[in-house]
Design a protein around this ligand. Structure first.
Ligand code: RIB
Length: 309
């Protein structure tokens, strides 16, 4: 099967990441042990994850022509990604995320200021119609302004493009949007917030899936952290385990999963095979520091899969 094109529509922000022996409580100053600055944002991480996994990707995002914006453009050039669908804001700066990671537990706390990528206009979306139309998949999240997400999902749905919605950062989703989503990929916390069902067993995960099916979603993929990933389609459901790895930083693991998932689907794999592939990409990413830079390349994912049969 010919590899299908993927449009990834989402946020770009610069990640300012510090690690420390513990996360500060309000009012506390903690001495950090390490600081890094690099490209991030859920949309961008997912676009890079898909590209590095071997996919044919168009990344759509919005930045400003400023120092942080240049980080997006330079990263895309290094990865041989087309920058022709990056929009430029005249109003707001390129966004930034302050990420604090507890070096003992790998837990993190993130404060993200979206800036330019929360200002994607209807005109911006309309200008990518040809690209969306010629894609097999649209992968998007909830980190840009939601009216733009709704518009691009509507466009993709009209052209029969498979819509994959990663529900991060979680927020209410209209029924109108949900009914145009083919594959939804919440984590367990997001699934509970969106459905009201605590995803603490396979049975309850299926109940959450049925909530989404009732809204018109066709396939439900709930990531469960180290418990694996729950997959539910009209035909069957079950949990795919994840291999045990030495975790360094879980930030961006969901993004690695989503990007690799869609890369694999676009090669013609079914949802089960694609989730195994995506689990491998996410497992590798958590053994590395940072977000966009932690995304594995295809040969690393293939090697991991052959070592963890
Ligand atoms: O999912 C991780 C991402 O969320 C980080 O790169 C950060 O930018 C935040 O938006």
């Amino acid at each position: 099967m010919k590899q299908q094109h993927i449009t990834v529509f989402g946020s770009f922000v610069v990640d300012l990441m510090s690690r420390a022996p513990h996360l500060p409580v309000p009012g506390e100053t903690v001495k950090g042990s390490m600081f890094r600055i690099g490209p991030g944002g859920k949309g961008f991480n997912q676009g890079v994850a898909a590209k590095k996994a071997g996919a044919d990707v168009t990344m759509v995002t919005k930045i400003r022509r400023d120092t942080f914006g240049n980080i997006a453009l330079n990263t895309m050039k290094e990865l041989d990604m087309d920058t022709g669908h990056v929009f430029f804001s005249e109003k707001s700066e390129t966004g930034a995320a302050l990420i604090m990671v507890d070096e003992n537990t790998s837990q993190n706390a993130i404060m993200v200021t979206l800036g330019a990528c929360s200002e994607i206009t209807g005109e911006d979306v309309d200008s990518i119609e040809e690209t969306v139309k010629n894609s097999g998949y649209l992968l998007t999240q909830l980190e840009t302004n939601v009216d733009a997400v709704e518009r691009v999902v509507d466009m993709a749905h009209r052209y029969g493009v498979t819509v994959v919605l990663n529900t991060a950062p979680v927020q209410p989703i209209s029924d109108e949007l949900l009914k145009k989503v083919d594959i939804i990929t919440p984590n367990e916390v997001e699934a509970e917030i969106l459905t009201g069902i605590k995803v603490d067993s396979e049975e309850n995960a299926q109940k959450a899936a049925e909530y989404f099916f009732g809204k018109g979603v066709k396939t439900v993929v709930i990531t469960l952290g180290k418990r694996g990933v729950f997959v539910s389609t009209a035909q069957k459901h079950g949990i795919l385990p994840v291999p045990k790895v030495d975790v360094l930083d879980t930030t961006g693991a969901g993004d690695a999963f989503n990007g690799a998932l869609v890369a694999s689907l676009a090669e013609g794999r079914d949802i089960w095979e694609a989730c195994v592939f995506a689990n491998a990409a996410a497992s590798i990413s958590v053994t590395r520091l940072g977000t966009t830079p932690a995304m594995p390349v295809r040969s690393e994912i293939d090697r991991f899969l052959s070592e963890h049969k």
